[in-house]
Write a protein that binds this ligand. Structure first.
Ligand code: RRO
Length: 316
């Protein structure tokens, strides 16, 4: 019922985790694999291990929103490509996320990732809002084209049969959607676009302390959770309209229920990722949300997620 095709892969469930919370260690990846998630996606990696920004760097208001300025804490790409990490995914497709400090780093990590047989797919993160001194790549359209040109020319990726996609920031204006999609459409190495990463540079205030809730970047961080769900839906809908049909859209942003997944499917998502809810609830969220989606599909008489995809009705 929830099976879906994503590029060259078949996922037994269209629901899996977002890169980020609870994805940094082999132990965490194993827990996702043991749940109903349809794939296992690791934390965005840099070439070398790094500890991330100063603490406190996260804030949560359950059921409303979360804020993070983690600053890419991760164990380095070698860790996520090692046999232990690959094995943690068990029989599920294992995906890695790359978020290098520069293009050369991303290309070097790509070379390493395509060489590992157990890696089924690669997500290139073009949307991290929290690296101090670095803007969000996909908000700079010249840089977006340059990165994709270099990735497309990468001999190892061209020769590989792995899934390849890009993680995008949210856009808020028609011309930006159009420009981003037009650039992405030029590159046939892209199998999917995952929209959205967190909404960058939000600010939460601790009223009692009269201070920002988190320390890095004077409190500015990426906003996630239910508050961003509506922006995510709009991005999925718009990207689905503007991207060529060969490019799948993976919906991510604020999903916390089967109904949220259903809405993403209506907007054209081929699969969905869950970040903040996984962070708060743990990997059992994949079991709960799967059961909720199955019940909703049954109640509405749908046999498969493929029958829902892109079926959002219009006002006459
Ligand atoms: O680690 C982070 O601070 C982080 C990353 Br790489 C990202 O892509 N999105 C986000 O909200 N935080």
């Amino acid at each position: 019922m929830l099976r879906t095709s994503l590029g060259p892969l078949t996922l037994e469930s269209c629901i899996y985790n977002a890169s980020g919370p609870r994805t940094g260690s082999v132990d965490a990846l194993g827990k996702i694999a043991a749940s109903a998630a349809g794939a296992v996606l690791a934390k965005s990696a840099t070439v070398a291990e790094q500890s991330g920004n100063d603490l406190p760097r996260t804030w949560q208001a359950d059921k409303v929103a979360s804020l993070n300025s983690e600053g890419l804490p991760n164990k380095g790409i070698g860790y996520y490509l090692a046999p232990d990490a690959v094995a943690a995914a068990g029989t599920k497709p294992y995906l890695v996320s790359l978020s290098g400090h520069n293009l050369a780093d991303n290309l070097a990590m790509l070379t390493e990732a395509v060489a590992v047989e157990g890696v089924a797919g690669i997500e290139l993160n073009l949307a991290c809002p929290n690296v101090i001194g670095h803007p969000i790549i996909a908000y700079d359209f010249d840089q977006l084209r340059d990165v994709l040109t270099a990735v497309q020319a990468h001999a190892g990726l061209r020769a590989s049969d792995k899934l390849f996609g890009i993680k995008m920031p949210p856009y808020f204006d028609g011309p930006h959607f159009e420009k981003a999609a037009a650039i992405i459409n030029e590159f046939d190495c892209v199998h999917f676009v995952a929209s959205i990463n967190t909404i960058g540079n939000a600010l939460v205030i601790d009223t009692e302390a009269e201070m920002p809730a988190i320390r890095p970047k004077n409190g500015f961080g990426g906003l996630s959770g239910p508050a961003v769900k509506y922006t995510a839906l709009a991005n999925v809908k718009k990207m689905r309209e503007l991207l060529s049909p060969r490019i799948a859209v993976v919906g991510v942003g604020g999903i916390e229920s089967g109904e949220d997944v259903f809405n993403m499917l209506l907007c054209g998502a081929t699969a969905v990722q869950i970040g903040t809810c996984h962070w708060i609830e743990g990997p059992k969220c994949f079991d709960r949300i799967t059961a909720e989606l199955e019940a909703l599909l049954q109640r509405k008489g749908y046999a498969s997620v493929n029958d829902v995809r892109g079926k959002l009705r219009e006002w006459s």
